[in-house]
Design a protein around this ligand. Structure first.
Ligand SMILES: [Zn+2]
Length: 212
């Protein structure tokens, strides 16, 4: 995925230039099923667009565009706390949504890693001001967060923790009880000698029993 910096000029309604020290990443959806990242970026500098509304980064299926430096305020969260403490990321609703999702996940994971931030830093527009945003991602928010977490672990070089089994698997327990029931072993002398022939006979018998 390409990452492009294409800053909009300073303006009172989009980029006032106020410096911030962001503590959060706020996720949005564009609420427009056809616009690409390029379309969204162009809309910010469309002279007819005089809304007090902007964002830092937009991502679609092929690229991410940074429109406002990440240490400056943007108007995206619906309240001043959100605007002055978070980086706003718009996730496009156009294009292949599986790829867009993956691009957004990679982007956010990389940003967390670069800042040494944990997954808790990622939040929704909804969490600031109650708007139904990011509308496509909200219903799958836990999945989104978990995907970012996995990507972050990878970037940090941490292998996914292996599942620790504190119990034998079902087949082993069944085999063990079968061995006891059939007097092959009473389970108290596991180091007793068994010939290879006996061992293969046990495996053979057990296999036949299971398939019956
Ligand atoms: Zn939003």
């Amino acid at each position: 995925m390409n990452y492009i910096k294409d800053y909009i000029p300073k303006s009172k309604d989009k980029r006032p230039g106020t410096k911030i020290e962001p503590q959060w990443i706020t996720i949005h959806n564009t609420a427009n099923s056809t616009s690409t990242a390029r379309n969204e970026r162009n809309y910010l500098t469309n002279p007819l667009n005089t809304n007090y509304a902007s964002w830092h980064i937009v991502v679609d299926e092929k690229e991410a565009i940074e429109a406002i430096p990440l240490d400056e305020v943007a108007y995206h969260a619906g309240n001043s706390t959100g605007n002055s403490t978070s980086i706003g990321i718009e996730v496009c609703e156009s294009g292949n949504q599986t790829i867009v999702w993956q691009n957004a996940v990679s982007l956010v994971a990389k940003m967390l890693q670069e800042r040494g931030w944990e997954i808790e830093r990622v939040r929704t527009h909804y969490s600031w001001s109650g708007k139904n945003c990011p509308r496509l991602i909200l219903p799958r928010w836990n999945e989104f967060i978990s995907d970012i977490q996995k990507e972050l672990l990878k970037l940090n070089g941490v292998k996914e923790p292996e599942k620790v089994l504190d119990e034998a698997s079902e087949w082993a327990k069944t085999a063990q009880s079968w061995v006891k029931e059939n007097g092959v072993s009473d389970g108290t002398n596991p180091k007793g000698n068994v010939t290879r022939e006996q061992m293969w006979q046990m495996i053979y018998d057990y296999d036949r029993k299971v398939k019956k």
